[in-house]
Structure formats: C-alpha cells, structure tokens
Design a protein around this ligand. Structure first.
Ligand SMILES: C[S@@+](CC[C@H](N)C(=O)[O-])C[C@H]1O[C@@H](n2cnc3c(N)ncnc32)[C@H](O)[C@@H]1O
Length: 308
C-alpha cells in the first residue's frame, strides 16, 4: 500500500476537490468500475452530452479538445501496441501488485484497462478529458474490470497519496508551455515517494525529420489529411489535421508538442530532484536488452528516479 498504512483506493477517493481547479465531483459506479471524476466548467461548456464544437472557438489550450475529438472520430491505438507497452511498463517500472502507480494523461485508459486485466489494483489513471475517461470507464465496465480514473489537470493534481511510479505514455508530456511543463514536472516529483520512478515516453528529437510528411487515411466515412511540421528554433512539433466528411471539411486544433532533447530532460529532472536511470528507444519493445536509444529510435523513453 502507498505510504505503508494508507489504503490506496481511499486515498484516491479522498482526492480533495479543494486542491483541484475543478468545481464539482462525481462518483460513478459501473458494474465493477469506479470512476472518481471531477468536471470543469470548461468541459461542461463543451457539452455534458459529450458533443464537442468542432469547427470554431478552439481554446489556446488545444489539448482540452483535440484528443477527445480524435477519439470521437474513431482514432484508436491497436490492442497489440497497448499490450506490448504494458509489458514494457511492467518490466521497466518493476510493477508488483502492491506498487502504487499513476498513469498521468491516461487518455481513454488503454494501459489502465490492460493493468486491470492483469489484476493490478493500485494503478490509477488521470486525464483532463472527461470524454476519454468516460470511454475508459465504459470499456472497463463492458469487460467487468475494476479500474480507477480521476479527472483532473496535471497542473493541479489532487492526490494526497504518494506513488511508487508515475508514467506518461505516448507523449503526454510536452503539450504545455515550457514553464508549465516544468511546473508539471515539479508537481509530479512531489507526487513520487522517495526513490519512486518517473517514466516519460517522448519524441526522439533526432527522429523528427523522418516524421515531416503528409499522410492521408480513412476511418469509416471520414478522410484525414495529416501534415506534420517542426519549428527548429522553438523545437515545437506541429500536427495539422484536416477532416473531410462528405462535402464538408474542417480542421482540428493544431497539436503542438515541445520536443525536448536528452540533455534538456536531464537538466529539467535535476531541478526537481530526479536522476536519469535509463533511456529506451521504443516503448513498444519490452525486450530491454535490445531496446537501445539511438538516432533511429522512434521514441526517447526516459526512466528517472527521485532522490531520497
Ligand atoms: C497523446 S495523449 C496520450 C494518452 C495516453 N497516455 C495513451 O498512451 O493513450 C495525451 C493525453 O494527455 C491529456 N492531457 C493533456 N494535457 C493535460 C493536462 N494538463 N492534465 C491532464 N491531462 C492532460 C490529454 O487529454 C490526452 O488524453
């Protein structure tokens, strides 16, 4: 159990709304699934029926809408990728039944669900998007799995308990401004127990030129045109997506991701008392011996450890 005596689930349930920027709390019980959720006014403005305004009025904080939009438009990671990444996380973070783990920016909870299938009870997912969490909750309900989700902002996490490990998969770190990313890192360090681990699954800066292309793909009746760009001066990767639906077309909010180098992360970690223990090149490869980080690696997946 985290902090020795405390019961993990009670701690999650006690996630204080006073510490959150959200203004009310919901508690859902779906078969074996429990969601301790909070919802912000922003999200309710977007529609509690989970309908999103698609064509106008995007906030500067594009991530508040984009991931839910993509999900609603049918975008999913394959189960094989999720299973391999969960194998990877299990190994790298040495996750055991009693390990308290936070999946930060968990999206639709694909890793949480996989951990639930493996009977891990002390893993909780947190995300800003209630739309994504709701889909994770429904999926866990369909599979009769017990899974925990918290809706909240990584810039104001509302946990009292401390975690043995925090992970952020599929580039959930780097979506904010430099200042906010640093603030998030500081808060994450505060959520870790002494010697706790942090795993960040990031873009590999060296691999970026290979991603600068235009792709076209179809999901159902919709055609997606995806064009990537990179601002070398600011080290910001941008994804522009146009959706064509019948005779209509519209653009998603631009996805902007800060791409940090290994040296940047090392420096940022140092500021929050975390040291790098390992770096891997592919979060889908659980074979740690062959999983080397180099210029051809798709990912830069960094494992850090908090000092005492
Ligand atoms: C690239 S997705 C990754 C989702 C998930 N980790 C996965 O591997 O499928 C990034 C996620 O971070 C969430 N996110 C972005 N900014 C956030 C914030 N400030 N607080 C909490 N979650 C945030 C988004 O809602 C989105 O679900």
């Amino acid at each position: 159990m985290p902090d020795g005596s405390q019961d993990f689930k009670w701690d999650i349930l006690r996630a204080e709304k006073s510490n959150c920027r959200h203004n009310f709390k919901l508690c859902y019980l779906y078969v074996n699934v429990v969601l301790w959720g909070t919802a912000s006014t922003d999200e309710s403005e977007l529609g509690w029926g989970f309908k999103m305004t698609m064509k106008k009025g995007y906030s500067k904080e594009w991530w508040k809408e984009l991931y839910a939009l993509r999900y609603e438009n049918g975008w999913r990671e394959s189960l094989a990728v999720t299973v391999a990444q969960t194998d990877f996380l299990e190994k790298v973070l040495n996750i055991r039944k009693e390990t308290a783990v936070l999946d930060l920016g968990c999206g639709d909870g694909r890793h949480i669900i996989e951990f639930a299938k493996r009977k891990y009870e002390n893993v909780v997912g947190m995300d800003y998007s209630f739309v994504l969490l709701k889909s994770g909750m429904a999926e866990a309900g369909r599979k009769k799995l017990s899974a925990s989700f918290v809706c909240g902002d990584m810039l104001s996490p509302c946990f009292k308990c401390r975690f043995d490990a925090v992970y952020m998969m599929d580039i959930s770190f780097g979506l904010l401004s430099d200042k906010e990313n640093m603030k998030a890192l500081n808060l994450i360090s505060g959520l870790l127990k002494p010697q706790g681990h942090l795993l960040l699954d990031l873009f590999n800066l060296q691999y970026i030129p290979k991603l600068l292309k235009k792709d076209r793909y179809k999901i159902g009746e919709k055609t997606f045109i995806v064009e990537n760009a990179f601002d070398v001066l600011q080290s910001i990767f941008t994804v522009n997506t146009t959706v064509i639906e019948g005779n209509n077309s519209y653009e998603y909010p631009k996805q902007k991701i800060k791409v940090y180098s290994y040296g940047d992360i090392e420096k940022m970690f140092r500021e929050v008392n975390i040291s790098i223990k390992a770096v891997y090149g592919d979060s889908v490869n659980p074979n740690l011996e062959e999983n080397k980080f180099n210029t051809n690696s798709f990912n830069m997946t960094i494992l850090g450890q908090k000092a005492f």
